[in-house]
Design a protein around this ligand. Structure first.
Ligand SMILES: [Fe+2]
Length: 263
């Protein structure tokens, strides 16, 4: 199956910019590119920081933009989001029974679990006992089927100090929980605004660039340094025993290029 991951949209009130970039315009270009090149994908997962400041107007603009996307999409929350305002504009979003935006989907290649790591008002993430209990039950129900985890915050350091300071807090309890499940095939996350991949405790993981602004690869700076750099999205091909992830920049390969080549 083919799925698309996009992340860290940081939508703000229409017309405003972040680091000189218009997040809504960049998202619209991204959506146009996905529609042209990957309308055969099964779904698009958006791994958090849907908005920059959690504004109602930003969620409204996001909802309007996503109405143009031709494939189903799943939304996760990030530290820049506001859970209450998000639910106001996306009231159909599924919750886990305790008010967290967590839910699952059964697919042909396995179970997708979408996690809520937002610790409202904080930059670092949290996966509290209530959320862990929900995940514990879902993992038990997976009954050995392949499981793919999607979350905003990475539960480990990636070697960039400014980002490591705001990763998932209390990662040990999360690690202990998933240690019992060898059927977890991959961990997808956002938050870092960088293309990063590797494995953690035997689980392959990948992170992705933002559709708007990126984070510089400075390993020593104590604070995050934002940078230019191309926005992009990932095309993920999943099959039994195989995961392939392609990063695609829609600035280097804009939609009109394909149109011109076809004509
Ligand atoms: Fe972000």
């Amino acid at each position: 199956m083919k799925l698309i991951q996009i992340s860290d949209l940081h939508i703000i009130a229409p017309g405003e910019k972040i680091y000189g970039l218009d997040p809504l315009q960049r998202l619209n270009t991204c959506i146009a590119d996905i529609n042209i090149n990957h309308s055969d994908a099964e779904c698009c997962v958006i791994t958090g920081d849907l908005t920059d400041l959690g504004e109602i107007d930003a969620y409204r603009a996001l909802r309007e933009a996503l109405a143009q996307l031709r494939i189903p999409f799943y939304l996760l929350l990030g530290n820049h989001d506001d859970r209450r305002r998000f639910l106001e504009i996306f009231p159909e979003s599924e919750q886990d029974g305790s008010g967290f935006v967590q839910y699952t989907r059964r697919t042909a290649v396995g179970d997708f679990f979408f996690l809520d790591t937002l610790d409202q008002g904080k930059s670092g993430g949290l996966y509290c006992e209530s959320r862990r209990e929900w995940l514990r039950q879902r993992l038990q129900e997976s009954d050995g089927r392949p499981v793919y985890l999607f979350m905003h915050h990475p539960p480990f350091d990636i070697g960039i100090r400014g980002l490591d300071a705001i990763r998932l807090m209390e990662p040990e309890s999360f690690a202990e929980l998933i240690a019992d499940y060898s059927n977890i095939k991959h961990l997808f996350f956002g938050h870092v605004h960088r293309p990063v991949s590797g494995s953690w405790r035997g689980i392959p993981f990948s992170a992705i660039v933002s559709t708007n602004h990126q984070v510089a690869m400075d390993f020593e700076a104590p604070r995050i340094i934002h940078s230019g750099g191309d926005p992009g999205y990932n095309v993920v091909l999943l099959d039994q025993d195989l995961s392939v992830i392609h990063m695609h920049s829609y600035v280097e390969n804009p939609v009109w290029l394909k149109r011109d080549m076809a004509s």
